[in-house]
Design a protein around this ligand. Structure first.
Ligand code: ADP
Length: 451
């Protein structure tokens, strides 16, 4: 419905009255006709305004209803055309805004998911350096509940002046900083981080935290390892070079000294070769270059072979080795690896047991796993050393181990091999009473065992 359709019916009768009065020779009635026209116009205007107000209110109600998510409205038939098109424009604007809003919500959700999926911790601050946003990884790194970070200043979260200064510099001077810091406490952590201004026309800063605790630990292990290897290699090399030079200097012609020196050189070169062998084996194991076979390994045979290899050494110390391994006990694993594990354990048992002692090997099946215990009546190991003896180059008594020809790598090789076969190793010991090393290996499956 247009304004014309309201005004024309109202004005037309008034105009007709004026024309008729003029035709019938009553020009004085023209004034009355004008008044009638005016009154008609006024009524029409009033009516039109009333209609407009009603429809504007209805449109406002509908628009507000739309904003609240309610799209229902009465039929459009009694509406003026102008309002119908205005309503159409508002509807189209609303649809565009709704689509844009949905896009923004989706974008914000994606950003949150990406931030929370990151391994690095992130916080964003406002221009004053107060944290206004962060991801899950940061809450975990700082061991804080998510709600305990927003609204905090850097110093309240991490007591580190350098970090606080970096955040303030980023906020005020737009400067980026890299730094590394250590968080003390129950779980010490080393964090490497970069603080940057947000950039563009956004005030504030962002900081990205990388947890480098494990990386730094590995770097230290590598440095210690290189230092240990150099030290271990230097000992026999120094001895070999020293005795060789003494021989060259004239001792070669001394029939009493020369054979002893040559003997020492020979022993030290053997030690060097054992060390290199063990190092190579360990490095292959750590690089997972050793491909272990899966076979049914009879543990009685593997134990007998290992015992045979140390028999001469044991006899030299008047030690008694006894095996108690049932012939049908079979482990699932690599035959050569299992033999090497047992040989290292038996070799240690003989090495660290005084003359006249004994070594027993027991084999059983416990809770579906093969269990082999190598028990000796040797010097034993104090409790405080027990958890470290599987580390590379860790020895309880360095002098004794070297004198016995140990490399300090045997038990780390054992631990790697057992682990690679999905097994585990444990140790119990009492100083001056003896030690028991126990290995657990998967048992060969019954069908395989009978096959
Ligand atoms: P090593 O070549 O020195 O024997 P291992 O890695 O085999 O190196 O053993 C590490 C250390 O554990 C040894 O130096 C020794 O102090 C201790 N150890 C290992 N086996 C025994 C044992 N059966 N009795 C007492 N001490 C042992």
């Amino acid at each position: 419905m247009s304004l014309r359709t309201i005004l024309v019916p109202l004005l037309l009768p008034a105009a007709l009255v004026a024309v008729l009065l003029a035709l019938f020779g009553q020009p004085g009635g023209a004034l009355a006709a004008s008044l009638v026209t005016l009154a008609g116009s006024a009524i029409a205007l009033g009516t039109s305004r009333q209609v407009s107000e009603q429809q504007l209110r209805a449109l406002a109600r509908k628009t507000l209803g739309r904003a609240d998510g309610n799209s229902t409205m009465g039929p459009p038939s009694d509406r003026l055309d102008e309002f119908t098109s205005l309503e159409g424009a508002i509807d189209s604007l609303h649809s565009q805004l709704s689509a844009r809003n949905a896009e923004l919500i989706q974008g914000a959700r994606t950003l949150t998911a990406v931030l929370d999926g990151m391994a690095e911790g992130i916080w964003v601050t406002d221009a004053e350096g107060t944290v206004v946003r962060h991801n899950d990884a940061l809450a975990q790194m700082l061991h804080r509940p998510a709600g305990g970070i927003i609204g905090q200043r850097p110093l309240a979260l991490i007591r580190n002046e350098a970090l606080n200064d970096a955040v303030m510099r980023a906020c005020r001077e737009g400067e980026s900083t890299r730094l590394e810091l250590t968080l003390e406490g129950l779980f010490p952590r080393t964090l490497s981080l970069r603080v940057t201004p947000l950039g563009g026309d956004l005030p504030g800063s962002a900081a990205v935290f990388h947890d480098v605790t494990e990386l730094r630990r590995l770097e230290k292990v590598r440095k210690d390892f290189v230092a240990n290897v150099s030290h271990e290699l230097r000992t026999p090399i120094t001895a070999i070079r020293g005795y060789a030079e003494t021989l060259q200097g004239g001792a070669l012609n001394d029939p009493h000294v020369a054979p002893k020196m040559v003997d020492i050189i020979h022993r030290q070169s053997e030690r060097l070769s054992e060390l290199v062998e063990d190092l190579l084996e360990l490095s292959r194991l750590e690089a997972r270059e050793v491909h272990l076979q899966q076979a049914r390994v009879p543990l009685a045979i593997a134990s007998a072979r290992a015992a045979e290899a140390v028999r001469i050494k044991a006899e030299g110390k008047s030690q008694h080795i006894e095996l108690h391994v049932p012939p049908d006990l079979r482990a699932q694993g690599d035959e050569r690896a299992i033999e090497q594990v047992l040989l290292n354990l038996l070799d240690n048992a003989v090495k660290y047991t005084p003359a006249g002692g004994r070594v027993d090997v027991y084999g059983t099946l416990e809770e579906g796993r093969c269990v082999v215990r190598v028990q000796d009546t040797g010097v034993g190991i104090e409790q405080k050393h027990l958890y470290r003896i599987f580390e590379r180059f860790y020895r309880v008594d360095k002098g004794r181990s070297r004198d016995m020809g140990g490399t300090g790598l045997g038990l780390s090789i054992v631990k790697h091999l057992v682990g690679a076969m999905a097994g585990e190793i444990k140790v119990e010991s009492q100083p001056n009473v003896g030690s028991t090393f126990t290995i657990f290996l998967p048992a060969a499956t019954p069908e395989a065992a009978t096959g």
